[in-house]
Design a binder for this molecule. Sequence first.
Ligand code: SAM
Length: 281
Amino acid sequence: MLSYRHAFHAGNHADVLKHFVLHQVLAYANQKDKPYWYIDTHAGAGMYALDHGYAVQNAEFEQGIARLWECNDLPDSLQSFIELIKHINRGKALKHYPGSPAVAQELLRGSDRARLFELHPSDVKLLRQHFKPAGREVLVEQQDGFAGLKALLPPPPRRAVVLIDPPYEEKRDYQRVIEALKDSLQRFATGTYLLWYPLLQRPEVDLLTDRLAKLGAASWLHATLSIHAPAADGFGMHGSGMFVINPPWTLPDTLQQTLPYLAEKLALDDGAGYALRHHTP
Ligand code: SAM
């Protein structure tokens, strides 16, 4: 079932959390000269228009990136992420928002490689168009990202940052992300894995967070950001979470400085907030 289109959600609070963390992880990876692979199991379309098309229908970006766009009191770490989005918009009005592959594209160096998986026929076409000028350093595959990931690990340079970001429209995604992380840790224990998931009032989400903590990864970080209280009728996404295995040692401090700011700026009511847990051996 491929009904999900990320363009409806581009630039919302969940994208801001996910892409900010991705930006931090890649910037840290760039501190070492050694090349790495960036693997995106559910890549989406790559780049999204915010001034026409699907994104304007619900205008979710107005409760996300647009709230940070004009802020002049950004914490340093968030400032560099917003500068990336401004660079994409050529310093002008906010009209474009990058998907995860385009965020990565801004950070990857000549020797790094990107391996992008996307199943939706329209989005994979857009993704290919976006990366057309790129050479062998970016490969786009219209393939199941879980299977694609399995085939790539361990990556030749023995360094990788992996983003796992499924739509969770099918319940089995909750199970598949756990299986993918378990398998990936067996194949390549030292990779950095970023998993995004929605905060919903559903038993699958509670089970997922329990299972993540029990994966047995030596080092992990778990951050959540909610923008409003869970709805009384039990429906809807009130926030999202990022679970990072083998995070940069700097990431807990960076998030400790940034999450309170994000929770305040993106809050829609008093139920907004954040949580941060970090585990080291
Ligand atoms: N990672 C993107 C970003 O941050 O910009 C957003 C990805 S969106 C949440 C999930 C994407 O996964 C959708 O574009 C959907 O078509 C695609 N998809 C769904 N199932 C898939 C699968 N098994 N393998 C690869 N892509 C899949």
